[in-house]
Design a protein around this ligand. Structure first.
Ligand code: PEP
Ligand code: MG
Length: 865
């Protein structure tokens, strides 16, 4: 028989006021998370002094990276969170001086954080400072708050009444219920370990949890929310690691993250490995991917030939221009920490805006690979370890510039020293984004070299930013002594269609400027002392191409009419007034797609109606009177976020809040834009309004009703209202849509991804995401049939319209208008003038019956000369 259990008496723990001020009931705090006690039971104080002290004895178990919140674990196991102000996280540590560190033992009343009252008052949402029991559910049966004025470290602010089991365990080891959780051992299944991509997946997943998450391998450990800290650990295939988490959601974090890590963080080729299974498997490791094996530097026996690796195919003939980077000068010491922190934060914010704009622009130009590079740069700027390193430099009296430069070069050097070439290759990205911020801090810009036409650039390394800003018409090619075929620079070179060689022999740096060379991007070679014959042959071929382009440009204003008299309207895809003006010089017959999202990007708040009206009017005036100007309403959301238009993270952003769905969800944004468009109605061009991402007729009706309401209110005459056809449902139902819409414009970029269920930006699927897949062509034909039956016109404004192999097929299918990238206008027009409609129709019929995109492309071979 067991002994009767006596009910333990409840234990009361007095908690002292963490700041001096007036007590406020937690329910009255203007923050739903605190007021709703989602963090736990607690009190709030309206502070009158600027020192936060320990409310009880205990250990500092957590300090928020933004230095405004700190948790102490009392001997009874209470986790007492003190949180200065509301929304103070935005201050990123500026104005806070922390006197303790995690792991310190403190006594009630000890100083913890000194903060700048004025700064919090002006920069945060509120000064109200909270003291909350983070493990309320596990520890408390009640909390008795005091009222009135309290003095920090002297007055009791609240009494915590421990729940019976918690009280019963008092005196034993401190309870940490569900707080610090460690996973079982996990064997890394990723064939090349935790390189940049899986490291970034892990850090992003970890960032979704409030808890601190740490990755452990033996003695080594890294903050799992920091890509660079993870990469710095150089975790290899089959390494045994563990994850630990500390915080309110530690259980969920470990459950989720450990499983994700076990299955390879979504990386192809990663097969989960159970602990103990096949201990010899090291020997059976999958072959490392080609890019990872450090490419042995090739050396040539021929003094005139320098060897490297192919980074981007193509032949370039030109003269050498050596590119050397100059250093930006920074002062070392400063006596104003606050000013330096502000400088750093502002510079990072400005850089983030620049990177988002760059990324958005590239993404909407379907340059997913380039866009992803700048997305990775943004991630680097959010890396908590890097920011901590820079902030601690500032705390030691260094200037923002000095502290930032030391932090990122330190990180880049660590990465560069790693054995794994993939990880080492990311050092250039850290340096690149680091210099971007340094330029913002100092206001000094790295001078961009003036590049004479026909230059072959030689450098130790070129940053992605350097490469993205190169003028392809001046650069005949480039080579770097660093990097490999998988480097970002190589990816960018391919995107820009510039021949490039990476990892070239270092003696390339000694070739005198002005030397004539031939760069063979495909073979990965650079030849000096070239013969006239060699140069001549290449020149002739390049000349033939240039001549053809010149002739096309000469005839650019002629209509695109086939040899048998069928006219196809050739208009431009634009994003700005500059584009509109350029389009007019290239023979555009109007604008088939104004991607109005560019008007919304690269800014901190939405453009006003007046600002938008001005832009649309200027663009309408840049066109010839009466030419069509199709303005697509804002197409953002999901993959194209705007900083001032928060959209909750979605699992499948391409299938979520995108395009018109955002407009219908935030009708004020749509209405403002529609009013601005209507105000440009009399500017000259014939304005058409087009809604993006229409997938159901209901969405169109709702958007059209909003348009008509605004139009009637403004008394503007009717204008054509059409839709993008970029979702299969719209193509299939074109017949029904045609009864209500005035026109269709096929967005082949999205139509292809939604038809083939392949992300348009997926690097691995890229070769298959081909608009010439017969399934996509079939949907375009369906759209044309439905539209023409009701007398509506159909355009194509996706990338396929500028694809020389696609043009005859689209014409044959019956598309009435092609809206193409500005540089492609003259060649698309010239091509159509060389075709007969009859031949195009034959080709289209064959293409629709073909069984693959490859077979379709074989029907329209490219002229390679
Ligand atoms: C398309 O999807 O083809 C299109 C033109 O729209 P965007 O590329 O801007 O998504
Ligand atoms: Mg689209």
């Amino acid at each position: 028989m067991s002994a009767p259990v006596s009910a333990p008496t409840a234990t009361r723990v007095s908690l002292l006021a963490p700041v001096t001020g007036v007590l406020v009931p937690i329910e009255q705090v203007p923050d739903p998370v605190f007021a709703g006690k989602m963090v736990g039971e607690g009190i709030s104080i309206d502070p009158l002094e600027n020192i936060l002290v320990a409310p009880c004895d205990g250990e500092v178990v957590h300090l928020h990276p933004s230095l405004h919140a700190l948790t102490i674990r009392s001997p009874e196991g209470l986790e007492v969170l003190t949180h200065i102000g509301l929304d103070t996280v935005r201050m990123r540590g500026e104005g806070f001086e922390v006197k303790v560190k995690v792991g310190d033992q403190v006594k009630a009343g000890d100083e913890l954080i000194v903060f700048d009252l004025d700064m919090v008052a002006t920069q945060a949402k509120s000064l109200l400072t909270q003291m909350v029991i983070a493990n309320t559910a596990d520890m408390l049966s009640g909390l008795e708050p005091e009222t009135g004025f309290v003095t920090a470290g002297q007055s009791v602010a609240a009494v915590a009444i421990l729940s019976a089991p918690a009280a019963a365990e008092e005196g034993k080891a401190p309870r940490q219920p569900g707080k610090k959780v460690t996973s079982d051992a996990i064997i890394i299944p990723n064939p090349v370990g935790l390189h940049a991509r899986p490291a970034s997946v892990l850090s992003n997943l970890a960032a979704q949890y409030e808890s601190d998450v740490t990755l452990h391998r033996g003695e080594d450990q890294a903050n799992a929310k920091s890509v660079m800290a993870i990469m710095g650990m150089e975790v290899r295939f089959r390494d045994k690691v563990r994850l630990s988490a500390y915080g309110a959601d530690a259980d969920e974090a470990i459950k989720d993250l450990a499983e994700q890590l076990r299955v390879g963080l979504g990386e192809e080729g990663a097969v989960p490995i159970e602990e103990g299974a096949d201990e010899d498997a090291e020997h059976a490791a999958p072959a490392p991917v080609a890019a990872v094996a450090p490419a042995p530097r090739r050396r040539s026996d021929d003094p005139n030939v320098l060897l490297g690796v192919s980074a981007s195919p193509g032949l370039g003939v030109g003269t050498v221009l050596q590119i050397r980077h100059q250093d930006i000068e920074v002062e070392e010491n400063s006596n104003d920490r606050h000013r330096e922190r502000r400088k750093l934060n502002d510079a990072i914010d400005r850089s983030l805006v620049q990177l988002t704009a760059l990324e958005d622009r590239l993404a909407s130009q379907s340059d997913a690979e380039k866009a992803a590079i700048f997305a990775a740069h943004r991630e680097i700027l959010r890396d908590p370890e890097l920011l901590d390193l820079a902030n601690s430099g500032i705390d030691k009296g260094k200037t923002a510039g000095y502290a930032w430069r030391s932090a990122y070069t330190n990180y880049a050097d660590k990465l560069a020293a790693l054995k794994n070439e993939l990880l080492a290759g990311r050092a250039i990205d850290v340096r690149d984004v680091g210099s971007r911020v340094l330029e913002e801090i100092t206001g000094q810009r790295r001078e961009k070299a003036l590049i004479p036409a026909g230059s072959i650039l030689i450098a130790e390394d070129l940053t992605p930013s350097d490469t993205a800003s190169l003028d392809p018409s001046a650069v005949a090619g480039f080579c770097t002594t660093a990097g490999g075929a998988s480097s970002h620079v190589a990816i960018l070179a391919r995107a820009l269609d510039i021949p490039a060689v990476a990892g070239i022999e270092p003696r390339a740096l000694d070739i005198p400027e002005g030397t004539r060379v031939i760069l063979d991007g495909a073979k990965g070679t650079l030849r000096q002392n070239v013969t006239e014959d060699e140069v001549e042959r290449i020149r002739q071929r390049q000349e033939r191409q240039a001549q053809r382009r010149a002739i096309e440009l000469e005839h650019a204003d002629e209509p695109a009419t086939t040899t048998d008299g069928h006219h196809v309207e050739i208009v431009a895809n634009i994003g700005s007034l500059d584009d509109a003006q350029a389009a007019m010089t290239k023979g555009a017959e109007g604008v088939g797609l104004l991607r109005s999202e560019f008007v919304f990007m690269d800014r901190r708040s939405a453009p006003t109606e007046d600002e938008q009206a001005q832009i649309y009017t200027d663009i309408a005036k840049a066109l010839k009177p009466g030419q069509p100007l199709v303005i697509r309403t804002l197409d953002v959301g999901g993959d194209k976020p705007l900083p001032y238009l928060p959209i909750a993270p979605e699992e499948n952003p391409f299938l979520g809040q995108r395009g018109i769905r955002v407009g219908l969800d935030r009708p004020e944004i749509l209405r403002t834009q529609i009013r601005a468009i209507l105000r440009a109605a009399d500017a000259g061009a014939k304005i058409n309004v087009m809604f993006p991402m229409i997938s159901t007729i209901e969405d169109f009706r709702l958007a059209k009703a909003i348009f008509e309401e605004e139009r009637n209110a403004m008394g503007v005459l009717p204008m054509p209202v059409g839709i993008m056809c970029e979702v299969p449902s719209t193509a299939v139902m074109a017949h029904q849509f045609a009864a209500e819409v005035d026109f269709f414009s096929v967005g082949t970029n999205d139509l292809t991804q939604y038809t083939l269920a392949m992300d348009r930006g997926h690097p691995k699927l890229a070769p298959q995401v081909d608009a010439l897949n017969p399934a996509v062509l079939g949907l375009i034909a369906e759209c044309v049939r439905g539209a023409h039956a009701a007398g509506r016109w159909v355009g194509v404004c996706g990338g396929a319209a500028s694809d020389i192999q696609a043009v005859p097929l689209l014409v044959g299918i019956g598309v009435d208008e092609l809206s193409v990238s500005v540089p492609a206008i003259p060649s698309v027009k010239a091509l159509i003038r060389s075709l007969s409609l009859e031949r195009c129709q034959e080709l289209a019929a064959q293409a629709l019956g073909a069984d693959s995109a490859e077979a379709v492309r074989a029907l329209v071979p490219l002229d390679n000369d």
